[in-house]
Design a protein around this ligand. Structure first.
Ligand code: HSE
Length: 399
């Protein structure tokens, strides 16, 4: 029997405990051994829950118990998760985590410790909720040079944008609904401002290039400034607004960005709605692949965490190589990347045409106090310079 400890009895931790019990028989068969939760670490007590007899408040009990072979970290945030996880690994306990903040910041170091100790540090649930993407990148797509990853990596914002688009709902109301469904982070700013997606694309880029990508260096914009008027323009153009996290191999290295984009119906991510996540991958041998599924929430995330636990049990005392070194990757300057830009300005069509000569004017019935237009493809740098000359910009969304 393999004894494990779960750190945190919140949405994910309680999901892991629930699914281990619910699918006990098949999980035991697949792992080749029974997995039993010995401790659950939480600051709180759960008096009317049978879990209470496993609750501990002191991490030392877990760290010093030699019977514990696997620690599941489901607390979120960098500290104390980092201190606890590092201590577990140093004590020879493998770790499975759903914590993208921890993995993005300290992944390389924790992977190194696991390798030295011939154990495993696994983090499938840190990106894309229940969608397998870490394992495919680490073991299935290893013949390829991955040239592009573009993903809808945040369930909360995709849920919000879908509701705003389908039902014309208000931003604040849809955020409350996403929180109630257990999709959002403890502080939803991380979702709506793109920080969560930023950490996830940093993790994917690190895995693809084998080096440390500092998430602080990824240009990141969220959805908090998207309005019902923007959605009207998108619909008029047959486009949808999605928060996309992108990482591309370029002549100068890798370029990464998180930003809302107005995508056409032909785009592979156009039909990804609600809490679903999807990750488009282009490899130089494979061509295109898409990974699609439940991107957030208690049970999908628990599914990925438990798959990691099973893998750990199957590889006790044997490290599965993850090629992610602590050597830093310098990202190329995002201002050199190019795209089309959708812009709304208080200036007239004539004034727009003087500066953006090839602009495609977008007219939406009922909106007559501004000019909406799509630029031709241009660099970020050139757009910025032209937009400053035009002035009175109300909105810019990349297309
Ligand atoms: N808050 C995250 C999301 C949870 O909405 O996608 C899953 O990482």
């Amino acid at each position: 029997m393999i004894k494990i400890a779960v750190l945190g009895y919140g949405t994910i931790g309680s999901g892991v405990v629930e699914v281990l019990e619910k699918n006990k028989e098949s999980i035991t068969k697949r792992a080749g051994d029974e997995i039993s939760v010995k401790y659950v670490l939480d600051l709180r007590d759960f008096e009317n829950d049978p879990i209470q007899k496993k609750i501990v408040h002191d991490y030392n009990i877990i760290a010093e118990d030699e019977e514990i072979a696997v620690v599941v970290e489901a607390m979120g945030g960098v500290e104390p998760a980092y201190t606890f996880v590092k201590r577990a690994l140093l004590a020879g306990k493998s770790v499975a985590t759903s914590n993208k903040a921890l993995v993005a910041k300290h992944g390389a170091e924790l992977i190194d410790i696991a390798r030295e100790k011939s154990i495993n540090f696994m983090f499938e649930a840190s990106v894309g909720g229940g969608i397998p993407i870490i394992r495919p990148l680490n073991s299935s797509l290893t013949a390829d040079e991955i040239e592009e990853i573009t993903g809808i990596l945040n369930g909360t914002t995709n849920y919000m944008l879908t509701k705003m688009s389908n039902e014309g709902s208000d931003y604040a109301d849809v955020l409350k609904e996403a929180q109630a469904k257990g999709y959002a982070e403890a502080d939803p700013t991380a979702d709506v401002e793109g920080h969560d997606a930023c950490r996830k694309i940093a993790i994917l880029t690190s895995l693809v290039c084998g080096r440390q990508v500092d998430f602080e260096e990824i240009h990141t914009e969220g959805i908090s400034k998207i309005t019902a008027t923007d959605i009207k323009y998108a619909k008029q153009m047959g486009r949808a607004i999605k928060l996309l996290a992108t990482s591309r191999k370029t002549e100068n290295g890798y370029a990464a960005m998180v930003a809302p984009r107005m995508i056409t119906a032909e785009h592979p991510l156009y039909n990804v709605n609600g809490v679903f996540n999807a990750i488009f991958v282009h490899g130089n041998v494979l061509g295109d692949a898409m990974f699609y599924g439940s991107g957030a929430g208690k049970l999908p995330t628990a599914s990925a965490v438990i798959a990691d636990i099973i893998d750990i049990v199957k590889h006790l005392h044997k490290n599965i190589l993850v090629a992610w070194s602590s050597k830093k990757l310098e990202l190329s300057d995002y201002e050199k990347s190019s795209c089309r830009f959708f812009v709304r300005t208080a200036k007239s069509e004539e004034e727009v045409k003087k500066i953006f000569t090839d602009a495609e004017i977008i007219r939406v019935p009922g909106i007559d106090d501004e000019t909406g237009f799509l630029t031709q493809e241009m660099s970020e740098y050139d757009y910025k310079e032209a937009a400053e000359r035009l002035g009175e910009i109300r909105q810019m969304i990349r297309a």
